[in-house]
Design a protein around this ligand. Sequence first.
Ligand SMILES: [Zn+2]
Length: 72
Amino acid sequence: MAIEFLKADGFDENGQLRTVKVRSLNQSSALKCPHFILAAEHYRDDESCRCDDKEHKEMKEWGYKWKGKRWQ
Ligand SMILES: [Zn+2]
């Protein structure tokens, strides 16, 4: 099963919110993330999660702290 990440892309002529697909991710890949983070930018192109990527600064914004080898 795949998870689809969407983002808002304005409104159509009927005033309905339009969305575009950012990317899709296999559910099994998301389940491998120790924090189950559901954000498109949290996964590399090969679908591995970035809990072990020190340069993944969004983790800090999300309230995680870098401890040695991974975001906790
Ligand atoms: Zn992760």
